[in-house]
Design a protein around this ligand. Structure first.
Ligand code: PEP
Ligand code: MG
Length: 500
């Protein structure tokens, strides 16, 4: 079938004729896209070929990937492995299989880390690497979140990269398509896009009524995040700061004292709050499942849980260990005393007003005035969505949809389980209904709403949320610009509809 001729002779003749016309028109060889529909040949797109040197080049051997980089002779570099494209970009380099912490030293500039699953200790090596590949994990795993923030291409959830790839083997990964090819796929200089001449070099950030914010997990990414022009940080995950110490909070406090623990948190938050000041930075208190803590020093004392996603994490753990939680809250108090009035407090995995009232009381005990500061909750369980009215009455200023968890708990689909990954649908009507009703209730009570889960970058979700009247959308660093444009488009459509 592959070797059979697809176009008939008359279609080929027509195509050649059109190709010549386009080339004559522009006066240079053209890379064209075309289609045949009901016997007619249509020319869809044309742009100059910039990769032909002298007379020897041929456009036939080249193709263009999504990012505008020329990929040569893809057929010679067969796809040897597939996973989820978790952080965009293409990277080539030698494989470094890492399965123990002390093997991190072998990762040099330009290498590709291949590991079962990344851990917070790997961040320095992840920064040096040209690319990252994991066996396990989904789009919301540590590897996916951190590589996106560092701007390092990554493919996650390949199942078998550590066993199929060899140390030193040169490969090319595509963080958009989720593919791994053998060898180095030559990437030629950026293809000149004819639109570059007419596009402004620093496009102005679109002004939108809905705020567009950015998610940050590692303070090292704060600058990259701030220069996106985002309206603030919609989610700063504290756990990455704590996990990067390689000790559980309890072990860290035992070894270094509570004061140093508090300072560790203050430092991390301060780095981000400085970059964004006076734009708001919404900091979420600790939310790490026990299996993430287990890899750390002190992790041997963590409870062994059958399903950590349904276990001892988020606000339920903080309320259960108020002494440890008090140190985290102390970090917020110190930041407020230092003048960081742009810092906001967000509680994860709450279920109801009772959780909220207990957390607020502990905040007060730590010397933080809930009336003076902006604080709120993540909406990550169906219970929290259904109980948002009572939480509004308890005084929250905002509610932020954590759709990574809200989807897994609404659909009973473990977000890290590859067997059910195709059922992880953030746009499921059940999830959307919970979100829509929560926004409506919050609007009635003057509570701001936001989204900080992955789904906030999806155009369909953006359309749904802006139409429902959400106050802000927080996206990953690489998605902020697209989200700004999509929000603007939806708002303009709403405006047009209102005057028609
Ligand atoms: C979420 O659940 O959508 C979220 C943003 O939190 P995390 O991914 O850290 O659980
Ligand atoms: Mg969550």
């Amino acid at each position: 079938m592959r070797n059979q001729q697809v176009l008939d002779e008359s279609e080929i003749e027509r195509l050649v004729e059109l190709g010549r016309q386009v080339e004559d028109h522009y006066g240079t060889p053209q890379d064209v896209e075309w289609a045949v529909f009901e016997g007619e040949v249509y020319m869809l797109q044309s742009r100059p070929i910039t990769t032909i040197s002298g007379s020897g080049g041929s456009a036939a051997a080249s193709a263009t990937d999504g990012s505008g980089v020329q990929m040569e002779a893809e057929d010679d570099n067969e796809v040897i492995l597939k996973g989820l494209g978790a952080s965009p970009g293409i990277a080539s380099g030698p494989v470094r299989i890492v399965d123990k912490l002390d093997e991190l030293d072998k990762v040099g500039e330009g290498d590709i880390i291949v590991t079962e699953m990344t851990t917070p200790d790997m961040v320095p090596a992840m920064k040096r690497a040209a690319g990252i590949i994991t066996d396990e994990g989904g789009m919301t795993s540590h590897a996916a979140i951190v590589s996106r923030e560092l701007g390092v291409p990554a493919v996650v959830g390949t199942s078998s990269a550590t066993s199929q790839l060899d140390d030193g083997q040169v490969i090319t990964l595509d963080g958009d398509k989720g593919t791994i090819r053998s060898g180095k796929v030559a990437s030629k200089e950026e293809e000149a896009d004819p639109l570059d001449d007419v596009r402004p070099q620093n496009p102005v950030k679109p002004m939108t009524a809905t705020e567009v914010k950015v998610n940050v997990s590692i303070p090292e990414a704060a600058h990259r995040a701030a220069v996106t022009g985002a309206d603030g940080v919609g989610l700063l995950r504290v756990e990455h700061m704590i996990l990067s110490t390689n000790k559980t909070p309890e072990r860290y406090i035992r070894d270094h004292g509570a004061d140093e623990y508090v300072e560790e948190i203050v430092d991390g938050i301060q780095t981000v709050a400085d970059e964004f000041y006076p734009r708001p930075v919404r900091v979420r208190t600790l939310d790490a499942p026990t299996d993430e803590f287990r890899q750390l020093q002190g992790g041997e004392d963590e409870p062994k849980e059958h399903n950590p996603m349904l276990g001892y994490r988020g606000i339920r753990r903080s309320l259960d260990t108020p002494d440890v939680f008090a140190h985290e809250l102390e970090a917020f108090r110190r930041l407020y005393d230092m003048g960081y009035d742009n810092v906001e407090v967000m509680f994860p995995l709450v279920n109801d007003a009772e959780d909220v009232i207990q957390a607020r009381n502990l905040m007060e005990q730590a010397g933080i005035d809930p009336e003076k500061r902006s604080w709120g909750v993540m909406i990550e369980t169906p219970a929290s969505a259904l109980c948002v009215e009572e939480m509004a009455e308890a005084g929250i200023d905002f509610a932020s949809f954590g759709t990574n968890d809200l989807t897994q708990y609404t659909l009973a689909v473990d977000r890290n389980n590859g067997n059910v990954a195709d059922r992880f649908d953030e746009l499921h009507p059940g999830v959307l209904k919970l979100i829509g009703e929560t926004i409506a209730t919050c609007r009635e009570h003057g509570v701001n709403t936001s989204i900080c889960g992955q789904a906030g970058s999806k155009p369909k979700m953006i359309r749904y949320l802006v139409n429902a009247g959400i106050s802000s959308i927080s996206a990953n660093i690489d998605a902020v610009r697209d989200v700004q444009h999509e929000v603007k488009r939806v708002e303009q459509q709403l405006l047009l509809d209102s005057v028609r």
